[in-house]
Design a binder for this molecule. Structure first.
Ligand SMILES: NC(=O)c1ccc[n+]([C@@H]2O[C@H](COP(=O)([O-])OP(=O)(O)OC[C@H]3O[C@@H](n4cnc5c(N)ncnc54)[C@H](O)[C@@H]3O)[C@@H](O)[C@H]2O)c1
Length: 149
């Protein structure tokens, strides 16, 4: 059976990740975002490109975490990116709240998933996630994606 990857946040990073996963036929993809219509639209565009690319992935966009159930991997790209003049640390308060909210919902539906964190500031996000996950039994597996320079 093909693997299932959920990508939380359907912005630049999330949509690009979905594109690569689908183009290499690595897994079925669920795109999720708080903005209604965005994951649905991006997901549909990708899905319709599958026959042209001779690929066979199921891609959906949604606001409902029930659609993400039993994902093998959940990639967290939700949050705000830097604007000119900002450092990654300026994103901490906002993205910490978002991360806590989305991770809670995602692991409720996919308790055995591997979590991959992308949102910045990455080191702090990964550290928070490690602490939250230590409380879980069995502990959730997680990975962080090294921040670019
Ligand atoms: N680790 C790395 O190497 C790396 C590289 C690039 C970007 N980033 C980080 O990744 C994050 C995303 O960057 P981007 O360029 O894709 O930003 P973006 O603004 O294009 O996309 C972020 C998406 O997250 C969504 N979002 C916000 N709150 C949400 C929530 N509660 N639930 C679901 N979706 C939510 C937004 O609606 C938006 O569509 C940023 O924090 C950025 O700094 C990390």
């Amino acid at each position: 059976m093909r693997k299932k990857v959920t990508i939380v946040g359907s912005g630049n990073v999330g949509a690009t990740a979905a594109h690569w996963i689908a183009s290499k036929e690595l897994a079925d993809v669920v795109l999720i975002d708080i903005i209604e219509g965005v994951p649905q639209g991006k997901g549909l565009d990708l899905l319709e490109s599958m026959p042209i690319e001779k690929r066979d992935c199921r891609i959906i966009g949604t606001q409902d975490y029930a659609d993400t159930a039993n994902s093998d991997i959940v990639v967290i790209t939700a949050g705000i990116p830097r604007k000119p003049g900002m450092s990654r640390d300026d994103l901490l308060n906002t993205n910490h709240k978002i991360m806590k909210d989305v991770v809670g919902k995602a692991i409720q539906h996919s308790p055995k998933c591997i979590l991959i964190v992308v949102s910045n500031p990455l080191d702090a996000m990964a550290q928070c996630l490690t602490r939250w996950m230590r409380w879980r039994k069995p502990p959730t597996r997680w990975r962080d994606c090294p921040a670019s320079a």
